[in-house]
Ligand binder design. Structure first.
Ligand code: SF4
Length: 233
């Protein structure tokens, strides 16, 4: 498999201090993506599952406060077979594993037994709208969300908020998400930022994506009203 970024990060990519791999390639093209350099599976450096395990064992002393290894991207699940092998091997070594995914993999369930902490995006409940801004509809994400809630699997749902894309109806989000058993879910809002804008080589199409404070407050209020647990990382 290939990766385009590797480094340590504390608490934002799963619990504790973590070794984070950004695997190359993504099946989405979110217009606000902060890591456009990772769009292609062709870019980046080659690495094998055993390279990662060796790297993780060397770094073990750094995994304080419940840390471990996180795979993000791009979209890490595009490397399904290699990722599965890597996660299995890390679990055999007793290393805590986490994945951050856009939720579109139809084979996510196969990875779950080897993932200790799952972070999944939920960018929109309206498939046409999601497709217009990311190139991919929401059917697989909804199916995965349903599967996770049906099975009582713990999941941290991340909702990027982008003005002009998905901030007009907090009710729409909350009612869609709360229609399932969310006892084991928590939710985080990620307000729009432009840290990755300068890395875009194609035209950057988001205009005025920043989310007013009142709108963010409204999302918090409505989610609380629906009994959805909000988490900050
Ligand atoms: S899913 Fe994530 S990595 Fe892929 S394009 Fe969207 S923001 Fe970028």
């Amino acid at each position: 498999m290939k990766y385009f970024g590797r480094g340590f990060n504390f608490s934002q990519d799963g619990p504790g201090n973590r070794l984070v791999y950004h695997l190359s390639g993504c099946n989405m093209r979110c217009l606000w993506c902060a890591n456009p350099e990772g769009f292609s599976c062709e870019g980046g450096k080659e690495i094998t599952p055993s390279d990662i395990v060796t790297d993780a064992l060397r770094a073990r002393a750094m995994f304080f406060d419940g840390g471990g290894v996180t795979f993000t991207g791009g979209e890490a699940t595009l490397w399904h077979d290699e990722l599965l092998e890597t996660l299995r091997a890390l679990k055999r070594e007793g290393i805590h594993t986490a994945i951050e995914t856009n939720g579109t993999s139809r084979r996510l369930g196969e990875l779950l037994p080897f993932i200790d902490y799952l972070m999944m995006d939920f960018k929109h409940y309206d498939s046409d709208r999601l497709k217009a801004f990311t190139g991919v509809g929401c059917e697989a994400v909804m199916d995965n969300y349903k599967m996770l809630t049906d099975t009582g699997r713990e999941v941290h749902i991340r909702i990027p908020l982008i003005h002009g894309f998905n901030t007009s109806s907090p009710e729409g989000f909350a009612s869609c998400l709360a229609a399932y058993d969310t006892a084991h879910c928590d939710f985080e809002f990620l307000p729009y930022h432009e840290y990755g804008k300068g890395k875009w080589t194609e035209e950057y199409k988001i205009q005025d994506g920043f989310v007013p404070k009142e709108v963010l407050g409204e999302f918090h209020r409505v989610f609380r009203e629906y009994g959805l647990k909000i988490k900050h990382t």
